[in-house]
Design a protein around this ligand. Sequence first.
Ligand code: IPE
Ligand code: IPE
Ligand code: MG
Length: 237
Amino acid sequence: MPRHVAVIMDGNGRWAKQHGLARALGHKQGVNTLHEITETAARLGIGYLTMYAFSTENWNRPQDEIDALMALLVSTIATETPTLMKNNVRLLTIGDMQRLPQDVRTKIENCKQQTAANTGLNLVIALSYSARWEITEAARQLATAVANGQLLPQDINEQRISDALTTHAIPDPDLLIRTSGELRISNFLLWQLAYSELWFTDKLWPDFTADDFCNALRDYQKRERRFGKTSEQLKNN
Ligand code: IPE
Ligand code: IPE
Ligand code: MG
């Protein structure tokens, strides 16, 4: 079982279009999938589930869609917090939360506090997140430490960079899933995905099911993760 699964939940807009609905209704439908996959991951004992919900680049969408997404976030937190409690799920977030409207931030903070003592699945929502934003912030943090004399340039290593990222307390993803047939990373976890297994499906996010998720896990279990070594080396160890 992977310890950490990351998901790019894509295809809500196309799902809405297929059904002759407004894009916002595609996002609303997508929340049902998020609910189902979170419960499935919690039941399977997966440690971390990171869901890409809103990227830095998504701030460039039409304002009415952004407003609808922010309103959906607020209502989803209200309806889903009891589910998180029931399933022993702890909510975490990564991203530039400063950019979110105050009411959204308050609701998220409350939910994080309420679920903080839960010991099952860690549900990490990437909100106003992009990997280049995160890496730029980390570079600034390390440069500041050097300028203040708290860190020597020669002491900067991979671990220190990992520690400066918003994901510092979270292990790297073992498996990345992207729905909707797009074969790209879209500025998601660029550092952390260095050795993740990638899995793509043409299914749109609102059509994605717990069975699809389990298929991705089964495929993952068939992969040989070599981390640069040879197959023979792995077999001999
Ligand atoms: C993913 O669905 C959700 C967000 C990016 C917020 P999209 O809204 O990107 O759906 P498509 O790609 O237009 O179908
Ligand atoms: C990526 O989806 C971001 C999220 C799923 C939140 P997009 O639909 O924004 O990605 P691009 O722009 O098509 O690459
Ligand atoms: Mg999309």
